[in-house]
Design a protein around this ligand. Sequence first.
Ligand code: NDP
Length: 311
Amino acid sequence: MTLTIQFAANSAQWEEYEPLLRDALDARGLDYTLSTDVPPDQVDYIVYSPDSKVKDFTPFTRLKAVLNLWAGVEKVVGNQTLTVPLCRMVDDAGLTQGMVEWVTGHALRHHLGMDAHIQNPDHKWTPKPPPLARERKVAMLGLGELGQACAAQLVALGFDVHGWSRTEKSVNGVTCHHGNDGLIDALTDAQIIVLLLPDTPATTNVINSNTLDLTAKGAFLINPGRGPLIDDDALIAALDSGQIAHATLDVFRIEPLPQDHPFWAHPQVTITPHIASATRPKTAAQVVAMNIHRNETGEGLLHVVDRTAGY
Ligand code: NDP
């Protein structure tokens, strides 16, 4: 039977995705129709992003799965009208690789103290070599697809990487912690903290005045995860006191970050506009086709979101 696939992600992306999805679906030998506009009761699969116009899944009576183009699912995971499997984007060749590059770049910026040399208006000659990576503890909060890949790169560079997850994990080269006590162990004396946790009720404000006090004095915070992971006021206080030397923030509670938010004017904050890692259409289309093919051949969907855990 011919499958009906609706592209219901951000409509501006259709032009770019359509040929890539067709190539990927053809390569899997699937018999399908692909369109942005299909009667809901005929749709088998929805290619989705949280900025889609589709908010009510009730009319999609024969839907088999929703394939999210984003890794983060906080905007759709609680949708009570969605009762079929929701898959999130896991794409080693695109999304993950982009995140590894972004996190490593920003970690090395702080580790090497590059800013002091890039901005040196008084031409000061201050020969202060940075420590070696192995002398720095990194706390990787989140040891999922992205956290593990970033941790592996930082381990390869020699950093003393500690990771934190909800469930117990074992990751090569990483000292793993989990649960509430594990968070304390991961953060205590950490000099670089990277947030790659999902936005769930359990992770809201995980970075707060208490947890910020655990880090080494003058630590660097890097957040490509989600804005609500951080209590903004507590972070500003920690920056002002010198407890945190610099925060590099890619994601915010409100995006775009409002012009009057104190982060914009703070000299120790670097803001990037939610670009740590974008979904790359070329490789993401392959992931979507692979997952539909798996479901149709009985292999089972990959990357299905756990609705109870919220990610
Ligand atoms: P995963 O679901 O693979 O990993 C999430 C990790 O967080 C897991 O290790 C999980 O633990 C851990 N975690 C979840 N809840 C808790 C908790 N309550 N306590 C401790 N640990 C917890 O997600 P990804 O790695 O693929 O992505 C992570 C996040 O990165 C996304 O949710 C998204 O918000 C963000 N992101 C940002 C992008 C950007 O451009 N800025 C791009 C892509 C993603 P466990 O292993 O035990 O399940």
